[in-house]
Every structure is written in C-alpha cells, then in structure tokens.
Design a protein around this ligand. Structure first.
Ligand code: MG
Length: 371
C-alpha cells in the first residue's frame, strides 16, 4: 500500500519549509450557519511549501477552515524547524518520526493537521523526484476521472435546499449530500432530485433517540448513507443500532491516524479519511490498508480548495475502492492553484502531472494571503 522508498534514492534533506495562510471568500447561497463555530463564508487555506537541498519543491495543506492560524503557527513553531535537515526521501518515515516527536501535543487535532501538510508536501516531492504523478508513484492509475458529489452546505430551509439541489442537478451532478438535520429540508432535497443518490451529513447533531425515530423516514427518502449522526462520535453504539435498522453509517473526517480510526472502523459502512486531517497521504493509505479487505466503501472527506483537493484526486486515481469525490458546493472568488481540475458533468478529470499536480497561482496567493 505504501511504497518502500527508503534507501532507493540519495538523501535529499529538507532545506526550507514555508507556511502561507490564505483567506478566499466564497458564496454558498445560505447563511453559513449551523456547522462551524462562527459564520463560515471564506476558505481559510494553510499552504505549506517544502523545498529540498536538490531543489525539489512540494506543496501540502493542513486543515484550516477556522483554525488556520493555529495550524500555521504549529507548522512555524514546531514542525517546520523540526523538519529542516531531515531526509525527504521517505515521507512515511518522516511522518512517523514526527508523530513520535510531537506526541506530547496529541496525535490528533492541530498536531496531526500540521503533520498532514508536511506529509503531503513530501509525497508531492517523492513523486516529482521520479518524474511521475503521485497516483503512479503509489501504484497504477485505475481511473482517469472520478464521479463527484455536490456537498451542499446547510441551508436550513426547504426552499433553499430545493433550489440548490435543482441547481446542482442542472450542472450535471447525479449525487448530492445534504447537511440538513430537519426532515422537511431532507424531504425537499429528495423531492427536487428524485433520481439522485442522496446522502445526509448531520455533523454529529441529530442524537441517538431522534436518529432512531428518523430511521423509517430516512429509509423512505432513500438516503444512501447517514454521516456522523450522533455525538460523541467515539460512541459507536448508536451507529450499530442504526445499522441494525438498515442505515449505512459514514464517518471518519474527524479521525487522525490509523490508530485513531481503528476502533470505529467495524461500525462503519462508509469510511471517510480526510487527507489534511488524518495525517496526510501516509495515514490515509494506512486507513485504506486496514479497510481494503473488508469491502467497506471509501468516500473520503475532501471539501478543500488547495493541495488537499489535488492530493485527494491523486488518491482517487490509484485506489480502486475510491467511491465518490466530495466537492463542497460553494463558489470561491478564486482558486489558489493553477488550472484547477474542476467538476464537469458530475465528474472530475484527474491530472497526471508530476507530484500531486498542484502549482500555486502567484496572483491569487498575493491577493488573498493573510499570514
Ligand atoms: Mg461530513
């Protein structure tokens, strides 16, 4: 699953690590409420640029959203200085060494978000070192495009859900995800898109009793998967009860490292690692390795607009079990990467360029950089 790279190349120490924070406003048609701690109307992207002694440059992304300054500060204070001088040739080893070095700060949350950025940048470099796309470094390309779903934001009113469901369908999407938790809103999405595959993501906000009471409704609405229905998500008992009622439970975007994932995997029908949060390409692949033989679906979390988006596309190109690609259904003012591979007709053509294929747009970076 993870290619052995140690000893296959001459050492190529990490020479520089630079963190950049971007804030790119977006429009989503809603009020930006309900899921994030404050109004969410901008993409806060933590970009990491790594350069090696040989001159190779790689790009990574650590989870930002509204914690972008925390992730960036950890990269600047700890991860970056620690990484300088380390051999870049084996990203998985650097990741493991970093997890050991920073375990006092938790092998989860901001620590792993920062390591995710470093790991992705080093895999980008590893593929560029061989002159191939990351998908080819990791194995072979099993697809050149991936079906994408429109991950609609939470609108909170049936009218808006109907409007944006219809809009997404008109653009060629055949798969929608609703972040709604009220029956009327979910029903509005289904009514607007009777033939679409529809999933529901509750971001842990439905609760056990209500979820069990809603089960017949969700089944009648033909909800393909129910994502993170209950809190705390570490308590998988309610998920098992839901599964017994026929619901397919999806989760994983808030889990870091395979060790964090492992206890929850048996209770999941759909596994959703997130490359900027789980620990980069390395931990993403470890999770895939753990579920590959189980037949569970792999539908990663990827509502990103920077290297995390590009990296997830490369994983989609090489992982046979990669099911659907998540596209956050918002309109950003700009994309920070050149020639962004955008969704067309419900699918994305996956670049086959060296590394993850991400190249920053200097004009966009200059305009939207906040730190
Ligand atoms: Mg989710």
């Amino acid at each position: 699953m993870i290619p052995a790279l140690a000893g296959r190349h001459a050492p190529d120490p990490i020479a520089s690590v630079e963190t950049q924070v971007l804030r790119i406003p977006f429009v989503d048609g809603g009020e930006g409420k309900g899921i994030t701690p404050k109004r969410w109307n901008a993409l806060d992207i933590v970009l990491l640029r790594v350069e090696t002694a040989s001159g190779l440059v790689g790009w990574g992304e650590g989870f930002g959203y509204t914690c972008q300054n925390a992730t960036a500060q950890l990269l600047r204070d700890m991860v970056g200085p620690w990484a300088i001088g380390r051999d870049s040739v084996d990203p998985a080893q650097v990741n493991r060494d970093g997890q050991l070095a920073f375990h006092l700060f938790g092998r989860f949350g901001i620590t792993i978000f920062a390591l995710s950025a470093l790991d992705t940048a080093l895999w980008d470099i590893a593929a560029k070192r061989k002159g191939v796309s990351l998908s080819r470094l990791l194995g072979e390309r099993v697809r050149e495009s991936v079906r994408a779903y429109a991950s609609l934001v939470r609108y909170g009113t049936p009218d808006l859900v109907r409007h944006f469901s219809e809009k997404a369908l008109s653009e060629g999407y055949t798969d929608l995800k609703l972040h709604e938790i009220e029956e009327a809103c979910i029903a509005a999405g289904r009514a607007a898109a009777p033939d679409a595959t529809i999933t529901v993501d509750a971001n842990c906000q439905i609760g056990r009793e209500r979820m069990l009471a809603m089960a017949p409704f969700l089944e009648a609405q033909r909800i393909d998967w129910l994502e993170e229905p209950t809190f705390p998500p570490e308590d998988t008992g309610p998920w098992q009860e839901a599964a017994a009622l026929g619901l397919s439970i999806a989760a994983g975007e808030n889990l870091c490292t395979l060790e964090g994932f492992a206890p929850l995997i048996p209770s999941l029908a759909v596994v959703q690692p997130s490359v900027t949060k789980v620990g980069g390409i390395t931990e993403f692949l470890r999770v895939v390795g753990a579920v590959r033989a189980t037949g569970k679906r792999l539908a990663p979390h990827s509502p990103y607009f920077g290297p995390g988006y590009w990296a997830t596309l490369q994983l989609a190109a090489t992982l046979p079990e990669f099911d659907l690609f998540e596209v956050l259904y918002v309109e950003p003012e700009a994309w920070c990467g050149l020639a962004a591979p955008l969704v067309k007709g419900g699918a994305i053509a996956i670049p086959d360029l060296p590394g993850i294929g991400f190249e920053p747009d200097p004009a966009v970076v200059a305009k939207y950089r906040t730190g």
